[in-house]
Design a protein. Sequence first.
Length: 201
Amino acid sequence: MTTGGWYEPGSTPLHRTPAGWKFLVLFVLAGAVFFVSSPGWLGAICVAVALGYLVARVSPRRCLQVVRLLALLVVFVLALQWWLLGPVAAVVMCLRIVAALAAANLFAITTRVDDVVSSVERGLRPLSRFGVRPDRLGLLVGLTLQSVAALSAIAADVREAAKARGADRSIVAFTVPFLVRTLRHADELGEALAARGEGDG
């Protein structure tokens, strides 16, 4: 199982950290940012995540991909939240999004999906006596990570295509192709799962 090219091999401390521990830290961090409402603390978390990219020696090209992806989302959310709830709430929401998604992308860049799936299956194996299917949950986690990577790649491709046509500022020029390619990806994923018998019964 691959991540569509999102994983970037390396030998840094973050790359060598077991996938299970990284997944646990990501889970805790993603939950924590939505309980923190201080812009200062959220900004500090964003800085800590940015330092993680330095520690992992993520290539400038990959960092630029992450920045472009987050910038597009942050501009939209900032404008909407500012209009609905005011500037402070808008900044807090954007910092939460940046912290969570940047951390998730760092996790995907430094962790093989196969390692994550294996860690989830090992961790949940004791629960199999209660009817839990560790293999199914491991597959779910793997598909989730694959989807995040795939949607990120689709968004980057669509943005570049719109820019080449001189329509990089058009929301329609981005949204329509992105939705079409996302639905096509979902269809292909559904067909692949059906071919291996997942979902039967």
